[in-house]
Design a protein around this ligand. Sequence first.
Ligand code: HEM
Length: 479
Amino acid sequence: MELFYVSLLCLFVLLVSLSLHLLFFRNRSTLSGPLPPGKTGWPMVGESLEFLSCGWKGHPEKFVFDRMAKYSSHVFKTHLLGEKAAVFCGSPGNKFLFSNENKLVQAWWPNSVNKVFPSSTQTSSKEEAIKMRKMLPNFLKPEALQRYIGIMDHIAGRHFSSNWENKDQVKVFPLCKNYTFWIASRLFVSVEEPTEVAKLLEPFNVLASGLISVPIDLPGTPFYRAVKASNQIRKMLVALIKQRKVDLAEGKASPTQDIMSHMLTTSDENGKFMHELDVADKILGLLIGGHDTASSACTFIVKFLAELPEIYEGVYKEQMEIIKSKAPGELLNWDDIQKMKYSWNVASEVLRLAPPLQGAFREALTDFMYNGFSIPKGWKIYWSANTTHRNPECFPEPEKFDPSRFDGSGPAPYTYVPFGGGPRMCPGKEYARLEILVFIHHVVKRFRWEKIIPDEKIVVDPMPIPAKGLPVRLFPHTA
Ligand code: HEM
């Protein structure tokens, strides 16, 4: 009898092993090469700590460069944020990912983002989310944004006179956040008065600081506070949307006065309008996507202009020419923005050296081969701007600040990617360009400045920011 049970057990073990082998074999069948070289680090945490700590020390590029040198300059494997991952490097890596969007790969965000970020499937189906993404660029394309330049200029004037003028010293990063949020509140939902803007900003800051955090939904954790703040802002936005619908119906609001009006009055290709909650989610998504990124960019422009007086002179000269060509008090317009070529080259070089987003994740939709290596379905793939931005093959003398790199036809395709590329390229690129140029116009026409902490540390978490917020001493121009 005992022998019978032992034989049965052996048979069972054999069957299980065979099934596992078959399963394994079938899963591997479409992958004919080895996995990319690299190491997967500690159980569970993988190499997340090394990845994050390179950013905290101000050198996010070190994580990728060390591994590119050790394993492969094209692709290496790692384990990040609880996921098996491959990092695709250089312009061929960018090209591959940006051209295979929704074919071999799709967007992927860490769990914490998925739970608080509204573009997830919480309120709409996946197809709905894709449809929305298609619509988003309509509200943010240059033609739609042209009429907002004067408004940006007006808000910038208010921001600078209340926060910068008559001060000897300022801390730049918090002020840049105030600037970009004020503009967004006005242009997205027509909230302009500082007390009203502050009511939106308070929960928004809580949300932003818990967005990339450990997703533990327990009272007291940053993640818990972020989810609560996200619901609070959604409620505030829905209230604004309901009021706007009434105002539009009664002719008290215009269909073009802001992005909220645009979204409410634009239908999709089937004639369907967006649901109130979807509009709220889209606006919140734009606020999140555009706030810290553009604030980081404006802060680094101030930093580099403080360090490079000859570059400051070029920008100052260009902006003064524009001022001279205008009547006193006349607001900036589209033609003025087109004249800010050198200023935009400078901003572009800042975005090369200090990209607000270091890269982004994708998920493999299926097994596929890349560069002779197998990428299994479900793996996460990371593209990193630094693998091209700081690569001497793409940008000779990459550490040198040289705005002339953007003259003529500019950098080679897939090498300059601060806004990503392909179908998921940042839909706020043009909006960001305008608010950054308006910021440059206002800051250089008023002041020169010097850094108070000459070698202030940079922390990248996840955006680059000077550790002490970039305090500067201001020297107003004597007219
Ligand atoms: C200097 C400023 C900015 C930079 C450097 C930047 C960069 C980026 C990058 C790299 C991506 C990810 C692309 C990818 O997944 O491959 C992205 C996505 C996104 N950005 Fe921006 N961005 C900036 C400003 C803005 C602004 C002002 C807005 C809104 C008005 C915005 C809205 C978004 C949105 C909604 C997405 C997600 C798009 C999607 O999921 O398809 N961004 N941005």
